[in-house]
Design a protein around this ligand. Structure first.
Ligand code: SF4
Length: 508
């Protein structure tokens, strides 16, 4: 058997991609490839752009030329659909320079937009769902056993008519077949430091004493989600898990090999199966493992005091909830399958248990009105939160999600490719889904944060703080009206003005 070299590319998603985690998906795939006796190398484009800005950027083909300077027999690209425009450019250039070289893509970049690939830059294969199993079988069959290749579960290939056809993936419910990750091939210290900084900055107020020497690594305890929120994309509606023993072994392995002291849990939804989570916490407590966990994805209607208390003992320091809205109308539109009261109870319980939490809110879905936004404001005020304790995202339809189908059906988006080329960053809100004028809606988001803060400080008689946030609100509105989103990160005007205001009011 001749050894093949597979190059795995993590493309950038936006103009200024600040993704700070190691490319976990490609690390898993690289391990699978090596298990078959072949070689794999990873190129992480966001890492190159962030660490060598003088050499790499997204406006030109510097990252693509770097990919082409490598020696490889197969190209793999794994990412989310927002990287489509970059990847189409990459695929076209690889075709131009290295015609005949097989290209395989995976993640939401692939199947949800397969028609675009068929029409504009046909890649040879698209991988559906878990790439590890697919690539392992692929490497065993490629290139000689064409028949076997076509029968690989989860692999879609281009047929004679230029259409992708393939088989449903096999999805083991236990994920314990996946070997532990190793990080030797990436610049681990870069990711450890970036995660540390990010966690520190996003930590809401609470009782957690942030340790400056904390070493963060990502941790995947499960994959998938059984819910169908309209703005979210999933390949399937399954929640597949590692066993408590595997998770505890993995944590100990990361502690000893890489000095990990804290983990950012990357699961789509962790609080979904309470029995399993109890067992995971029990195993961690039983072994006396002392690390911190920061976790996204708690389903509010599943939470109770008992599980939160156990999670706290096991080392959980913060959980974020996908609350999304304080309006029942909006929760129903989003198919959240939760009630406003459940959400209220879940956040209140966190306060009772003494664990900080972040409340994720999505503004600007279809059906959003001034009334529903006011309901969300009332909800946040009733919880006595500040704007630092909730994260406001603006609704963005991604191909593959029911929300995207809706914008296609309504004619809000007519051309998916053009849409993806103009998508921009998460704060752009290029497509207004509400019935309000766009600027009015965006100002309402800013005003809502102000109202929430104002209520908080009023309750505490902090008049100077109220004056400061009032001035800040108007500056923010003007700033957002005149400075385009792409420029905001570069000039940092808002942060400077905010510092100035704090200085004037003696808040520094
Ligand atoms: S938003 Fe969260 S709960 Fe809803 S489908 Fe996505 S992962 Fe599941």
């Amino acid at each position: 058997m001749s050894t093949r070299q597979v190059l795995l590319v993590n493309p950038a998603r936006y103009l200024k991609d600040t993704y700070i985690f190691p490319p976990l998906h490609l690390l898993y795939i690289a391990q699978s490839i090596r298990r078959t006796g072949h070689e794999a190398e990873i190129v992480d484009i966001p890492y190159l752009i962030n660490t060598q800005p003088e050499k790499f950027n997204l406006q030109d083909d510097s990252g693509i030329d770097y990919v082409l300077s490598k020696d490889f027999d197969i190209l793999g690209i794994g990412s989310v659909v927002s990287s489509y425009s970059y990847c189409e450019r990459l695929v076209k250039k690889v075709r131009e320079k290295r015609d005949g070289l097989p290209i395989i893509i995976g993640g939401s970049l692939g199947l949800p937009v397969k028609e675009l690939w068929e029409k504009h830059a046909p890649v040879d294969y698209i991988c559906e769902s878990d790439g590890e199993l697919v690539i392992e079988q692929f490497m065993k069959c490629y290139p000689h056993n064409k028949e076997a290749l076509r029968n690989i579960p989860g692999l879609h290939y281009l047929n004679e008519d230029g259409k992708y056809v393939g088989n449903k993936p096999e999805l083991p419910m236990s994920l314990d077949y996946i070997p532990f990750l190793t990080y030797e091939e990436v610049d681990l210290e870069y990711y450890v430091e970036n995660q540390r900084r990010w966690i520190k900055n996003v930590l809401c107020s609470g009782n957690y004493q942030f340790r400056e020497d904390e070493r963060f690594l990502p941790l995947l305890m499960s994959r998938g989600c059984v819910y169908e929120c309209t703005f979210c994309f999933h390949f399937n509606r399954l929640h597949r898990k590692h066993s408590p023993k595997y998770i505890a072994d993995y944590i100990e392995f990361m502690m000893h090999k890489y000095g990990a002291t804290a983990f950012q849990i990357m699961d789509d939804l962790i609080l979904i199966n309470k029995k399993w989570l109890h067992e995971v916490c029990d195993e961690i407590i039983k072994r006396g493992i002392k690390v911190s966990f920061f976790s996204s994805g708690g389903k509010p209607n599943i939470v109770d005091k008992e599980i939160l208390e156990k999670m706290k003992v096991a080392g959980f320091r913060r959980i974020s909830y996908g609350i999304e809205s304080g309006s029942q109308t909006m929760l129903d539109i989003m198919k959240k399958k939760t009630k406003v009261q459940d959400n209220y109870k879940a956040v209140s319980l966190m306060k009772e248990v003494g664990m900080p939490c972040t409340v994720n809110i999505v503004f600007g879905m279809t059906g959003e009105t001034k009334k529903t936004m006011n309901e969300t404001k009332d909800f946040l005020v009733s919880l006595d939160l500040t704007s630092k304790e909730y994260y406001a995202a603006l609704a963005t339809p991604y191909p593959g999600s029911p929300l995207f189908q809706h914008v296609l059906d309504k004619g809000i988006v007519e051309d998916t490719r053009e849409y993806l080329f103009n998508l921009g960053g998460y704060a752009d809100y290029k497509y207004n889904l509400t019935d309000m004028p766009r600027r009015k809606f965006l100002n309402k988001v800013i005003d809502l944060a102000y109202q929430v803060d104002r209520a908080y400080y009023k309750k505490r008689n902090q008049c100077r703080k109220i004056l400061s946030i009032t001035l800040e609100k108007y500056i923010k509105m003007i700033y957002h009206a005149i400075v385009p989103p792409d420029t905001r990160g570069r000039i940092k005007l808002k942060a400077r003005l905010s510092d100035l205001i704090k200085g004037i009011f003696g808040m520094k």
